[in-house]
Design a protein around this ligand. Structure first.
Ligand code: BES
Ligand code: MN
Ligand code: MN
Length: 462
């Protein structure tokens, strides 16, 4: 019987060309100017699933962008794997920082990727990783090696918070019923250090607006005599962390899960080179919450970051003006047991209390989601570990990630299913950034590894 490695070798050029075609469509879910392209991408994914061998594929309408649902049922007595992924992408801006246009994919060699990497928005997050599953299915179907049932659910609103998808999942529990959910939308430690993501952070995303005087003012005539919204907003934001970089919102840490010494010691075994980390980012020092390592700060600890801040004069040259309004977008990454609705309320109460008289505060919560942790003593985890052993010759390291995929905790709540996060991206892929890329080695390795998960999961479940 043909191995996945062999099949990948035989078809790799086509696998790369097909992904490049998908990456050409700018499926930016956040920007309504691209809605036709998002729909076009949905149709392309629908066709890809049919071509790969799904028996039934549907474009399911939602109040937002459609979900592509596909399935191939081999035998109702066998286990079912539900594959989730997303076909939408983040906006590409700032455009001027891209070395090649974001939706004109090019293959380039880099130090880390002598085999080449595909540069395009969505190459790693998540079109490339989602498409690995489509090609893995193709291999299993075409070579008659699909060992169990498979369902696909590929959505188009992940990058904007999966708001309509929640309704879809709640209304389609039977249709989505499964024994395990499989997702490739995360990363691994390094090419030579395969890892399985065992945790994701939750998220609360808010926008704040500070309004002072009812119009922009001459900064000489009024400066110093009225509250300047930009000064005030800066002060308020600065006060959200103390000298140890702890977050000052009362109650913020109340429900935070504290890890045991043993768990932290286990985490610290993951390979991490501080010098390399600093070099890659061109920073002279790391920074963060006192008492925690870099890997803890970006995974098991909650954080608060300004993602955007604006107001006043931002054009060329100088304009002497006190703006009437100042704005910021703030994200809080949350850890297990913190509830994102509760945290949003705590933020609103505290932030409002910080404002001096003389300004008005408006807070608009955007999306959010709960964090997730998955145990490693499950059949699904062991099957995934064995799959990596088969193709990397190494046991993967369990690793908690700092990113968020809100649908994962929702799946657990609505469907009672655990998720296995088999990510093949790297931190250096520059997801959400200019010059996002996905290593061809990673892409092909993913296609090679996924079928082993299906095989081992089915065998171990029996
Ligand atoms: N795929 C990412 C999340 C991710 C990346 C998790 C790498 C772990 C490692 C996903 O597409 C994403 O960007 N999620 C958003 C949240 C969403 C609600 C917009 C995020 O984490 O900012
Ligand atoms: Mn993603
Ligand atoms: Mn993303």
């Amino acid at each position: 019987m043909q191995s996945s490695k062999d099949y990948v070798n035989q078809h790799k050029d086509r696998f790369i060309t097909e992904l490049i075609e998908l990456l050409k469509i700018p499926s930016i879910s956040a920007d309504s100017a691209f809605s036709q392209d998002v729909l076009k991408t949905a149709e392309a994914v629908e066709k890809a699933l049919i071509d790969a061998g799904c028996d039934a594929v549907e474009l399911c309408e939602t109040d937002g962008y459609p979900i592509i649902y596909g399935k191939k049922i081999v035998d109702s007595n066998l286990p079912t794997v539900l594959v989730y992924g997303h076909y939408d992408v983040q906006p590409p801006d700032p455009m001027e920082l891209w070395d090649s246009p974001p939706f004109e994919p090019v293959v380039k060699e880099t130090d880390l990727h002598p085999e080449g990497a595909i540069f395009a928005r969505g190459s790693s997050d998540d079109k490339g990783q989602m498409y690995m599953h489509v090609k893995a299915l193709e291999f299993m179907v075409k070579t008659d090696q699909l060992p169990c049932n498979v369902k696909f659910m590929i959505e188009g609103e992940e990058e904007v918070g999966s708001v309509n998808i929640a309704t879809y999942v709640a209304n389609n529990k039977e249709k989505l019923k499964n024994d395990v959910i499989l997702i490739s939308d995360t990363g691994m430690i390094a090419k030579e250090s395969p890892s399985i993501t065992t945790g994701l952070r939750g998220l609360s995303y808010v926008e704040v607006e500070v309004t002072g005087p009812n119009r922009d003012l001459h900064s000489g005539l009024y400066g110093g005599a009225v509250a300047n919204p930009i000064n005030i907003l800066s002060k308020m934001i600065a006060s959200l962390h103390d000298a140890n970089n702890h977050i000052t919102i009362p109650g913020f840490y109340d429900k935070v899960e504290e890890l045991s010494k043993e768990e932290r010691a286990e985490m610290a075994k993951a390979p991490f080179d501080l010098g390399e980390y600093q070099n890659a980012l061109d920073i002279e020092s790391i920074y963060g919450e006192k008492g925690y390592t870099t890997n803890e700060r970006n995974s098991i600890r909650p954080t608060l970051d300004v993602n955007g801040i604006w107001g006043g004069y931002m054009g060329e040259g100088a304009k002497t003006v006190i703006a009437s309004k100042a704005h910021a977008k703030i994200s809080m990454r949350l850890v297990p047991h913190q509830d994102w609705h509760e945290i949003t309320t705590l933020f609103e109460t505290h932030f409002t209390s910080l404002a001096p008289k003389g300004v008005k505060i408006k807070i608009t919560p955007h999306h959010g989601g709960q964090g997730y942790v998955t145990p490693i003593d499950t059949v699904a985890y062991r099957a995934a570990a064995k799959a990596y052993e088969a193709t990397f010759g190494k046991t993967p390291i369990p690793q908690r990630s700092g990113g968020s995929i809100p649908i994962v905790s929702l799946f657990e709540k609505e469907l009672g299913s655990k998720t296995i996060l088999m990510g093949f991206g790297l931190d250096s892929d520059a997801i959400h950034s200019p010059n996002e890329h996905f290593g061809i080695w990673n892409y092909l390795k993913g296609i090679e590894t996924i079928p082993y998960f299906f095989k081992f999961f089915t065998e171990m479940k029996a």
